[in-house]
Design a protein around this ligand. Sequence first.
Ligand code: PEP
Length: 256
Amino acid sequence: MRRILVAGNWKMNLLQNQGAALSQALAGKYASCAVEILVCPASPYLSSVATTTRGSAVQLGAQNLYFAPQGAFTGEVCGDMLKDVGCTWVLVGHSERRQFFGEHDELLAKKVAAGLQHGLKVVLCVGELLAERQAGQTEAVLEKQMAGLAQVSAEQMANIVIAYEPVWAIGTGVTASTEQAQQAHAFLRGQLKSRYGEAIASATRILYGGSVKADNALELLSQPDVDGALVGGASLKADPFIAIIEAGIQAQTQKS
Ligand code: PEP
């Protein structure tokens, strides 16, 4: 039974007091929870969110890391530093990193490996552009992006989550239909099966991301291969994010 994970990617939003208020609201409501909850604030605020969420069910993740363990890499942050400030998770390969910062699969494979080496759980994000979907290339793109797992052993897969985020659905208000989401997730699970075998494929969580909101979350999360949500815009305020967490709890109950 895969436990649903609801993750909020705050991106480059929310100043310290806003993030503190939001994380306090979440931590106050969820001392424990049937689903896993994760928030990923901007890196300057990881410590302060760690303080407000400590002892609650709200886990802390970073939005990015660099693969080197330390050294002369101005502006970068390594896995040890993320652990040191209280992160247990890191996002790797978000489409905005791929699109705006030129991150490619080879680099991302190193980042995934570095995150795992430093004891972090890694959410590897994959997803096709609109033009790629329209050209019938969705599966080829997803297969190629799964190269982010190139250095991950079968034992390490327990600390990997895949996030399917069609780029055309991120921040656009256009959500993939439940059929499109389920189809892509089933394809990704097939990819996991061919890489790692049936047991690991069926134990690995695959999140959906792309304009998830309170009113579409339950339908998406009820799909058999959708094991959670990676949420951008709707994670920036307590009420909509809590509504998505509650949909996750409902979906988890239905699936068990
Ligand atoms: C995201 O940034 O990962 C995302 C899915 O954003 P949104 O929910 O705003 O589409």
